[in-house]
Design a protein around this ligand. Structure first.
Ligand code: C6P
Length: 423
């Protein structure tokens, strides 16, 4: 793909985007007296009215504990919850709704795998392979498993652009590897990892593969059967849905072999004084009263995304990324990190301004209404490996605009002036 896609014509979409933005009430507020420019979508996205309404309707019209009662409202609540599960199943093309476990978020889903699969199927001397770019949520649980079981946690290291070389994959994944866990798309540089190749190679070596889809599922079509991932996780709040609902996908036969993670109500079959038998999938992994409002919101979010279509979402995000990369790279004192090849990256751009701490950048651009993230982005080993303390990060969703990028660029051009550098 041509660097920065110079020739793309985004003017075609402007009217549609303006219309679509009206679905998102929070986008229209003023911040520090300025129009909000929200470029922190990798942290969480804003919610369309249909999602907010789905949550409101659930509380106005239903609000009952699902799975537990034979009464009308409890049955309705079960329908909402199980309907959402069915929708998620279709969205990621799982074989069965038994393979869809609702969790709080990606973090809880990864912990569930680590505690239930890792702690029970990993033995002394086994190897767990992750990449150095993993978010702490896909790193610390594996440190815990490795420490507890006497296993070895091995890292695949990236090149200076943040990409995983094939040589690293082939070098680190061996017959001793029992688990490989990698992000589909990294939250630091927005690199899209070659997960199809990793899964194929790891399976040849007999390892189980976990894909952290927190940053990919909201932005691209992910088909778990096509990928052939053993597990995949994602968070609702990064794809228009409410906070507090996430998904663990797992192949049915593997989930069947795993013990429950949390114990209590709703996940049991029979309980005696000294022993318990557990409910079948997916319920054995969902202890206690579940987040039905979150499921209702996630269901509405999936409808919204499918209505737009990933073809549109991906194209729009590539246009925005190309435009922002092009404009940012014109500023001589800005250093951009990560590959500029749009085939290998998503709508996340990490950068730094010469001699200015990212937190100062974030505070100054905030006065222009611009929301960006600064820091280590929950990836300290990655930052340390690349010799970085912290970076600024902007991240887009389909509702962002070129006009917002212009406001952002103008705010960036003022940062060094504010701090007395002249330019
Ligand atoms: N990254 C970011 O600003 P939770 O918090 O459980 O919904 O998602 C955790 C997580 C796991 N994997 C990846 C690749 C992620 O990016 C995240 C969340 C946010 O980058 C918050 S730190």
């Amino acid at each position: 793909m041509k660097e920065f896609m110079n020739n793309m014509d985004s003017s075609l979409h402007i009217n549609n985007i303006d219309k679509l933005r009206k679905d998102f009430p929070t986008l229209f507020q003023k911040v520090n007296g300025k129009k909000l420019v929200y470029f922190d979508n990798a942290a969480t996205t804003h919610k369309p009215k249909v999602v907010i309404k789905a949550v409101e309707d659930y509380y106005k019209e239903i609000n009952a504990n699902p799975h537990r009662g034979a009464h009308y409202l409890s049955v309705k609540s079960t329908e909402v919850y199980e309907g959402a599960r069915e929708k998620v199943k279709k969205f990621i093309n799982a074989k069965s709704s038994k393979e869809i476990i609702f969790t709080k978020n990606s973090t809880e889903a990864l912990n569930l795998i680590a505690y239930s699969y890792g702690m029970n199927f990993i033995n002394e001397g086994d190897e767990i392979v992750i990449s150095i770019s993993e978010h702490h949520s896909n790193l610390i649980p594996w440190q815990r498993v490795a420490k507890a079981k006497g296993a070895i946690l091995k890292y695949m290291y990236v090149d200076e652009e943040g990409r995983l070389p094939v040589s690293e994959i082939k070098d680190k994944i061996t017959e001793r590897t029992k688990i490989v866990s990698v992000a589909h798309m990294t939250n630091t540089f927005g690199i899209i990892n070659p997960v199809e190749d990793i899964i194929k190679y790891a399976h040849e070596k007999g390892a189980v593969v976990i894909i952290d889809g927190a940053q990919s599922v909201p932005h691209m079509k992910v088909d778990v059967q096509k990928l052939n991932a053993d597990f995949m996780v994602f968070s609702g709040h990064k794809m228009l849905a409410p906070m507090g609902i996430g998904v663990l996908y797992g192949k049915e036969e593997i989930l069947e072999s795993m013990p429950p993670f949390l114990f209590g109500g709703d996940m049991i079959e029979y309980v005696w004084e000294q022993d318990t038998t557990f409910a079948e999938l997916p319920f054995k992994f969902e202890a206690g009263t579940q987040n039905v409002e979150g499921a209702a919101g996630l269901s509405a979010a999936i409808d919204y995304i499918e209505n737009l279509g990933f073809e549109f979402i991906e194209k729009r995000e590539k246009e925005l990324t190309a435009y922002a990369l092009r404009e940012l790279s014109k500023i001589p004192y800005v250093k951009i990190y990560g590959t500029k090849d749009l085939e290998d990256r998503g709508a996340v751009i990490a950068f730094n301004i010469k001699d200015v701490h990212p937190h100062d950048v974030a505070s100054i651009v905030d006065t222009y209404g611009v929301a960006l993230r600064a820091g280590h982005h929950c990836a300290q080993p990655f930052m340390r490996y690349l010799g970085l303390n912290s970076t600024c990060r902007i991240s887009f969703y389909f509702y962002n605009t070129e006009e917002e990028i212009d406001i952002f660029i103008n705010s960036i051009k003022n940062v060094r002036r504010w701090l007395g550098y002249g330019s």
